[in-house]
Design a protein around this ligand. Structure first.
Ligand code: AMP
Length: 122
């Protein structure tokens, strides 16, 4: 799947759509999810144009991958959720209900976030 430069996160990265940026470095940007599923719900994106976890891990450089994952950890520390705990999650493709085709990782925290996977609704 080719990268869609019109996806909403590409527009955020170009500054065409506003977001609540809480962290930014050479490799990544993090901002609040517009539809939070927990008291803390932050998205961390690599700055490079990667569709998904699959694209990122197959095609990003070692520096981009290391920089991105270090940024995820740094964001969690900045959010002060290391002690209480947090969940990271990345959706890839149809079965995971990926909505935005720019690789991103969710950080959920601020409450007990429950079991790892809920059964599908009937
Ligand atoms: P995913 O299903 O992993 O692709 O998740 C996409 C996430 O992006 C959802 O949790 C949305 O609420 C979030 N989202 C969509 N548009 C925006 C936006 N403009 N600013 C912040 N978060 C957004």
């Amino acid at each position: 799947m080719p990268y869609d430069t019109d996806n909403v996160f590409a527009k955020i990265l170009r500054g065409e759509i506003p977001c609540e940026t809480i962290y930014e470095d050479e490799f990544a940007i993090a901002f609040d999810d517009i539809n939070p599923q927990s008291p803390v719900h932050v998205l961390v994106l690599p700055k490079g144009e990667y569709v998904s976890m699959d694209d990122f891990t197959a095609n990003a450089s070692d520096a981009e991958i290391a920089g991105f994952f270090r940024a995820v950890g740094a964001v969690a520390r900045q959010l002060d959720v290391v002690g209480s705990g947090y969940r990271i999650l990345a959706n890839h493709g149809r079965d995971a209900h990926q909505e935005v085709p720019h690789f991103h990782m969710h950080i959920f925290a601020g409450r007990d976030v429950g079991p790892m996977i809920r059964p599908p609704r009937p």
